[in-house]
Design a protein around this ligand. Structure first.
Ligand code: ADP
Ligand code: MG
Length: 424
């Protein structure tokens, strides 16, 4: 985690917060990254995952803001929250605290009180921050379905947690992650290599393409030869920063291993090896497992997913595969070529094409297992509590989205970071 606190000010009274902002700017461990004036803008900002602390300015009308605090604290328990108000009667202090604020700051603001309130709120909340999850998806053989599974897994994870899941296309020459979402990223990983400036969270955020289906995409270079400009250090740093900003990071790793894929595997919490029930694929799944373990990826972090499973096959069985990999298969995705091909042709993830298709259901279940730390029964886990954020965020849910999933949506933070870094 970065030691800098990234804060957002929630305020509906345009003339009221100059004093608050001055005090924020005086703290050298705090950076103001967003100012919002309502729940919609707050939901957009929180989806970015960049904010650790929110100041809620309660005046002049605290009641609706307290409801917002209530919802945010339920949905983002890791966020620190501080209420700020001119009112200092017991009820005015108690209500925001009961809704989930860590501290209450009275106006006019006293500098010493203010900095100690910020430090206490931050240390209480941020000590227990959940570590991010990095999932590498790689194939035991070419065409095993790695990209299809990585893209749809990221989308399902994003939809389950209702926050952007970062998705990196590490197939630096022939990656087709962006194509699966029918989008053309404005920037890609090569821009990071080229920029020459030190890579930080703002620059990386401004390079990601934020899709309306809760996926933030980092695409491969435009030109094939540009892959040479991307070193393992950059890959390592990209994943490191993504892991501080996103709860979930999915990486599509090509089957040709090199120093850059090693950088990804080393940081993975889980490596999913996508395999088909074919002799060559099974044999390479075993070889990949051995290789990963030699790299230092422990066996518990490596899982095998069977793709294109056709129960009618009279050839190799799941049991054959389990005998070779010496562990249970983690997940199994059925074979439905027409369905997957249709989704790629129309540039929509499979959930948007037919949400009840068995391929989609299997990948959703895989996402549930990952999000809920392999809980056996993930059924019902997607009925997010119906707070205002869940309603707001549900407009990005791909099965309900009215906008095409491929439309590039530059986020507020990305726009801000881009203008700071001098980009259009
Ligand atoms: N579950 C599936 N059922 C049928 N076809 C699939 C399935 N998963 C992937 N495919 C198809 O297999 C081909 C290769 O998939 P892709 O995801 O690009 O694999 P890889 O990234 O491993 O090369 C694509 O044509 C894709 O449509
Ligand atoms: Mg691929």
């Amino acid at each position: 985690m970065s030691s800098m606190l990234h804060v957002c000010v929630y305020n509906q009274d345009p003339n009221a917060v100059s004093d608050l902002k001055r005090h924020i700017e005086e703290l050298n461990f705090v950076r103001l990254v967003a100012e919002v004036d309502g729940p919609d803008a707050l939901a957009d900002t929180l989806r970015e995952g960049l904010v650790n602390l929110i100041f809620f300015h309660l005046d002049p009308d605290p009641d609706p803001i307290i409801r917002v605090i209530d919802d945010v604290s339920a949905r983002y328990p890791e966020l620190a929250m501080i209420a700020v108000s001119h009112r200092s009667d017991p009820e005015s202090i108690l209500l925001p605290m009961r809704a989930g604020c860590d501290q209450f700051v009275c106006e006019p603001i006293d500098s010493a009180d203010f900095s100690s309130a910020v430090a206490r709120a931050a240390s209480r909340r941020l000590s227990g921050v959940h570590k991010s999850r990095c999932i590498c998806v790689t194939g035991a053989s070419g065409g095993a379905g790695t990209t299809s599974i990585a893209c749809n897994l990221a989308l399902e994870i994003g939809s389950l947690v209702q926050r952007d899941c970062a998705l990196v296309d590490l197939d630096l020459q022939f990656g087709d992650v962006a194509m699966n979402f029918d989008c053309q990223p404005r920037y890609n990983i090569y821009d990071l290599a080229e920029s020459g400036s030190e890579l930080d969270q703002e620059v990386l955020s401004s390079t990601l393409t934020s899709l309306p289906c809760n996926v933030a995409l980092l695409g491969r270079p435009d030109q094939i030869e540009q892959h040479e400009g991307i070193g393992s250090d950059l890959v390592h740093r990209v994943i490191e920063i993504l892991a501080t900003a996103y709860e979930n990071v999915v990486i599509d790793v090509p089957g040709r291993f090199d120093a850059r894929t090693t950088a990804a595997f080393e940081q993975a919490d889980t490596v999913l090896i996508v395999c088909q029930l074919l002799v060559t694929s099974i044999r390479n799944a075993r070889r990949s497992m051995d290789y990963l373990q030699r790299l230092g990826v422990s066996e518990e972090r490596i899982e095998v997913v069977v793709n294109r499973y056709d129960g009618r096959s009279r050839g190799l069985t799941k049991k054959d595969l389990e005998d070779v990999i010496q562990k249970p298969i983690f997940a199994s995705v059925p074979n439905d070529y027409q369905f997957i091909a249709r989704s790629i042709d129309v540039g929509k993830p499979i959930a948007a094409v037919e949400s009840s298709n068995p391929v989609r259901v299997a990948i959703r279940r895989l996402a549930c297992s990952i999000v809920h730390d392999n809980a056996a029964d993930a059924a019902g886990s997607d009925d997010a509590s119906a707070g205002f954020l869940s309603r707001l965020l549900s407009k990005y849910h791909v099965t309900r989205a009215s906008t095409p999933t491929g439309v590039t949506k530059c986020s507020q933070a990305a726009r801000a970071a881009r203008s700071r870094s001098g980009r259009p």
